[in-house]
Design a protein around this ligand. Structure first.
Ligand code: ATR
Length: 278
């Protein structure tokens, strides 16, 4: 019998994860199927129960259930616990255990492996921002500012990685005013996502030399923020790499199987083509 995996969220109509998952199963010769569980919040609990009864061995969790799903899981690992958000669930001895690979997927996709005494700005303070913040906190000398519409939410970030000493919570306006001080800028909100592609959380006009600007949005492929960053001379990256790698990390958690860098690269190209033709 095929192994069963899936994704739970709402809406899932444009999700690229089913394409990414089934492409990898095919390439790795896995006997597995992937289902979409596009459910309303009122059906979340019953759906998770049904998945367990049906032996679904693992599933991805996406918007808007990354935190809400926690109520219906049996356990969380330390990452998910620290972030209070789950994006991958694995069935272990009959229990659903939640983890969070968003931050690792972002880091791997961005190739930012040697961050020293630099300054980073995270835009947003939701689940994705928490996960990236937590992951970036491993760089002991990096200074991380978190800018958010609701500054109080950014202030809570200190608790996700208590060893950090340099965190500062700022307003979006303040971050915009100091944009030329950052070496790394990561945009984690939904501002600028289709159909609101004419919006941007900050206006980028003057950036530091060699700055790297990443937006976790991939639809559109280049958000207004990324376009402004590119015009300022920044290196830029959209969210496709992170999306592909989150799927790759999920498969590794569920099955132990590794996906080669060349397959990751191929999938980034394929998903880019899919999105361009949508
Ligand atoms: P996720 O878990 O996917 O990261 P989330 O928890 O809903 O999403 O968080 C969304 C983020 O986008 C938050 O930082 C939110 O700002 P607030 O904390 O002030 O709500 C931000 N956001 C969403 N829409 C926004 C808008 N129109 N203007 C400014 N910030 C916005």
């Amino acid at each position: 019998m095929s192994d069963r995996f899936g994704i739970i969220g709402h809406p899932l109509g444009h999700s690229q994860s089913p394409f990414i998952q089934t492409y990898i199963y095919d390439q790795l010769g896995m006997n597995a199927v992937f289902h979409r569980y596009d459910v309303e919040e009122s059906d979340l609990e019953a759906t998770v129960e049904k998945m367990k009864v049906n032996g679904v061995k693992g599933f991805l969790v996406t918007v808007p259930y990354k935190t809400k799903i926690i109520h219906y899981l049996d356990k969380l690992d330390s990452f998910a616990e620290a972030m209070n958000a789950v994006n991958v669930v694995k069935l272990v001895d009959g229990y659903y255990v939640g983890t969070n690979v968003d931050g690792l997927a972002w880091l791997d996709a961005s190739g930012q492996t040697e961050l020293g005494e630099q300054r980073a700005l995270i835009i947003g303070a939701g689940g994705a921002a928490q996960s990236i913040y937590y992951t970036l906190s491993q760089f002991a000398h990096l200074k991380i500012d978190v800018a958010n519409r609701t500054v109080a939410k950014a202030e809570r970030f200190q608790q996700f990685a208590p060893s950090r000493r340099f965190t500062k919570a700022t307003s979006l306006a303040e971050a915009e005013a100091h944009q030329d001080q950052y070496d790394l800028i990561v945009q984690t909100t939904s501002i600028g996502m289709w159909p609101h592609h004419d919006q941007s959380p900050l206006k980028l006009t003057k950036l530091k030399d060699n700055v790297f600007v990443s937006d976790i949005i991939y639809n559109p492929l280049e958000t207004k923020l990324l376009q402004q960053a590119r015009l300022c001379g920044a290196r830029t990256e959209n969210g496709i790499g992170m999306l592909v790698l989150a799927n790759v990390y999920a498969i590794k958690k569920w099955t132990g199987k590794q996906v080669s860098p060349s397959l990751v690269e191929k999938l980034v190209k394929k998903v880019t083509i899919n999105l361009r033709s949508e």
